[in-house]
Design a protein around this ligand. Structure first.
Ligand code: PLP
Length: 389
């Protein structure tokens, strides 16, 4: 008899993004570029790597404090104060987790009960739906409408009710590149306060903002005490494989988050936390350079895609471009992405994977551009081939 698997696990499929990467790798040595999964193909900062190596050589090899090495929690507090003017208490308000991914899971498990509803904007980062389900909650989706990915306030208002426990906000946003405005965040904040709802914000792209500013909902009046802010090392320091993220939350929520986190994973890799602690002390120029670098990549890719016949929704932040393939004569994103890998060697993500109702993403595909200039040049060459069929 096969092992009986859980109902929960049957409620969602495997990650489409990783499936695209697998299809890409299956092509072997044929020329191609993977613009599906959002990881940089260039090195992480040397000083950060050296600090982690030093930690290993100094025998930082055992469990760190469960909720994060002291050095890293203090570095997170200092950096938060530097950029946003509010210093969370490293002893009572900060938890280090295994990436923003675990952070989101721990946050949801700490605040929601079975039967609760969690509001998720779509198109969404593909983890949020399964995260809500795994935590026992029911996801409730509110659509961000192109071309500017704004929400309809009436639709958002209608999603709140007595069962709503949390709302997930991802700004800057994957996959759309949307940066939520102060006005939008204020509308969300008002609803959170009216319905006593926790805002869980994923701000992993906080330093990739081209048309900003980046606003933390935690900094709006009345929101510090009802917001869990998540960020991490993966994107800002080009180290997605290090698996280090963190949560900033008021003390009572942090207590619950730390308990869940302890039993989920015990803790993030101890020596890598020391590398992360150093990275967070990088001067302001590091972040300015990073933003400028990504702005150039965005402009380059957006131009290539436009020239090639894609409709481009200009991203204001993060490192993805959502496009529409209708103008290229396609009306099936899945068929298009498979065709693009097979015939042109470019892996991208079908838009339907970002929606609860796949029909909403049928003519969309997402490109990521967190790649070396030469990788993007190769992608441009391959994509220009589309013009020739
Ligand atoms: N949140 C968003 C919005 C993402 O796009 C990603 C990665 O693509 C993550 C979280 C994953 O973060 P981490 O590597 O810290 O788990």
């Amino acid at each position: 008899m096969p092992i009986r698997t859980s109902q929960k696990a049957s409620l969602f499929g495997e990650s489409v993004i990783r499936e695209m990467t697998r299809l890409f790798l299956a092509r072997g040595d044929k020329p191609g570029v993977n613009l599906a999964q959002g990881f940089p193909d260039f090195p992480a900062p040397l000083a950060m790597k050296e600090a982690a190596c030093r930690a290993i050589m100094n025998d930082v090899n055992q469990y760190a404090v469960t909720w994060g090495a002291r050095s890293l929690r203090h570095a997170i507090a200092d950096k938060t104060a530097r950029f946003y003017g509010d210093r969370p208490d490293p002893e009572r308000e900060i938890t280090v987790a295994c990436g923003a991914t675990e952070a989101m899971m721990a946050a949801l498990m700490a605040v929601v009960d079975p039967g609760d509803e969690v509001i998720v904007f779509e198109p969404f980062y593909e983890n949020y739906g399964p995260d809500a389900i795994l935590s026992g909650a029911t996801p409730r989706f509110v659509t961000l409408h192109e071309p500017d990915w704004s929400f309809d306030l009436a639709e958002l208002t209608a999603a709140f009710n007595d069962n709503t426990r949390a709302i997930i906000i991802n700004t800057p946003n994957n996959p759309t590149g949307k940066v939520f405005t102060r006005e939008e965040l204020t509308q969300i904040a008002d609803l959170c306060q009216k319905w006593d709802v926790t805002a869980i914000t994923d701000e992993i792209y906080e330093h990739m903002v081209y048309e900003g500013p980046h606003i933390r909902i935690a900094d709006l009046p009345g929101m510090r005490e009802r917001t869990i802010t998540i960020s991490g090392l993966s994107k800002t320091y080009s180290a997605t494989g290090w698996r280090i993220g963190w949560l900033i939350a008021p003390p009572e929520a942090t207590n619950a988050i730390r308990k869940v986190h302890d039993f989920l994973t015990v803790g993030a890799a101890a020596p890598l936390q020391e590398g992360a602690a150093l990275a967070l002390t990088f001067p302001d120029e590091y972040y300015t350079r990073l933003t400028n670098l990504y702005r150039e990549k965005r402009d380059f890719m957006a131009n290539v895609l436009r020239e090639t016949g894609f409709q481009v929704y200009d991203p204001h932040g993060a490192y993805y471009i959502m496009t529409d393939i209708g103008g290229l004569g396609w009306d099936n994103d899945i068929a298009f992405t498979h065709w693009l890998i097979e015939t042109h060697g470019v892996a991208v993500v079908p838009g339907s994977s970002f929606y609860r109702d796949p029909a909403l993403g049928r003519t969309k595909v997402r490109f990521c551009y967190c790649k070396k200039p030469e990788t993007l040049e190769t992608a441009a060459k391959l994509l220009r081939g589309l013009r020739g069929g």
